[in-house]
Each structure stands twice: as C-alpha cells, then as structure tokens.
Design a protein around this ligand. Structure first.
Ligand code: 5GP
Ligand code: MG
Length: 181
C-alpha cells in the first residue's frame, strides 16, 4: 500500500521539544532522587523520546537508570487505532521491585497504555508511572492517568520525533501533522 498524497504542517518544533524534555527530566529527577528507575520505552514510537529523556535525566543528575522495551501494536499502516492492541514484546529484565516509568510517544484512545499498564502491574514493580510526550484528550476511550506529559494536542495525526506513518517520518527531528491533499 502506498502512502496517499499529502503534505505536512509544523506542530511542535525541535527547540520546543528539547526544552520540554529538559523540564520533564528535572521534575522526574527530583521525584525519583535516590531511586533505581527503569525506563520502559514503548516501541517503536517511544524509542526516540526515551533516548533523549534518558540523557536528559543523566544531565539532571538521575543516573541509576536502566532502559528496557515493550512493543504494542494497534495501528498497522493506517491513521486510526484498530482497537484491541496486542503486546508483541515484553520487557527483558525483571521489573519486580523497580520504579518503572513507561515512556510512550502519544496517548490517543488510551487502549495501548491500558494494556501495557495491566501487564506491568502484574510484575510487582515498586511503582509504575506514565511519561507521554503527547496526549490527545479529545480521543480518549479509556481513562489513563499520565504522570508526566509533554504536550496536549488536538485530534490531528502527527508524525516525526519517533512517530511514523507507514514507517515514514520517524527520523524527522520535529513533530508535524499530516494533511491530505
Ligand atoms: P492508543 O492505543 O492510545 O489509541 O494509541 C496509542 C498508539 O497509537 C501510540 O502509541 C501511537 O503509536 C499511535 N498513535 C496515536 N496517535 C497517533 C498519531 O497522531 N500519529 C502517529 N504516528 N501515531 C499515533
Ligand atoms: Mg506508541
């Protein structure tokens, strides 16, 4: 399937993302001072955000940080959630007793995060918090408590900074919206 004809328009620029990542990192470093943290990046979209956040946490003084990964699939190549997301990759390291921060690119309907949290909570982590770069509150179908949020955005389809459309745009450094021509 080819990607339909479209163009992109700016939503959040590189500088703004960098600044917000730094602010969130200093808040998280304060909240988790002295604790052993595991960042669980949600693949694939959350990987870019988690990489920047891990380094920002280091700079903010939080250095006992492990990084692990989970994957959840809901979208395929479309721009609408297919519902019933499936966890396709679980964490590698044991989570029991650790302070887990789930790092996600965007919370949309909330179904993916709900699935991830129910699996993580069954692993007896010391605590589980949610860090999301973006949230589309107007699209929520199930309630998800986001502990640390980058930006709220309206109901638009965005790409860049880890987020893709049919695997395109993940490596774009800024966040843009897709507009059909
Ligand atoms: P949810 O299960 O909350 O509906 O969807 C969460 C996942 O859908 C996100 O982690 C992300 O992978 C994908 N998603 C939701 N909205 C967007 C969007 O605007 N752009 C892109 N590229 N992916 C999105
Ligand atoms: Mg995601």
């Amino acid at each position: 399937m080819g990607i339909p004809k479209h163009h992109t328009e700016p939503v959040i620029g590189e500088e703004e993302i960098r600044g917000r990542v730094r602010e969130l990192a200093s808040q998280i470093a304060k909240d988790y001072k002295g604790k052993k943290v595991t960042l669980v990046a949600v693949l694939s979209g959350g990987a870019v955000f988690a990489a920047d956040m891990g380094r920002a946490l280091w700079e903010a003084g939080l250095r006992e940080v492990e990084v692990d990964y989970m994957a959840v699939e809901s979208y395929g190549a479309g721009t609408e959630s297919a519902g019933e997301p499936k966890i396709t990759k679980d964490t590698k390291a044991p989570i029991a007793g650790r302070h887990v921060i789930v790092v996600e690119d965007i919370v949309d309907t909330g179904y993916s995060m709900q699935q991830l949290l129910s699996l993580l909570k069954s692993k007896e982590a010391a605590s589980v918090a949610v860090l999301a770069l973006l949230s589309k509150p107007s699209r929520r179908k199930v309630e998800v408590a986001i502990d640390y949020l980058g930006f709220e955005i309206p109901d638009v389809f965005v790409v860049g900074y880890g987020m893709d459309w049919g695997e395109r745009y993940r490596t774009m450094p800024e966040i843009v919206k897709v507009v059909m021509d």
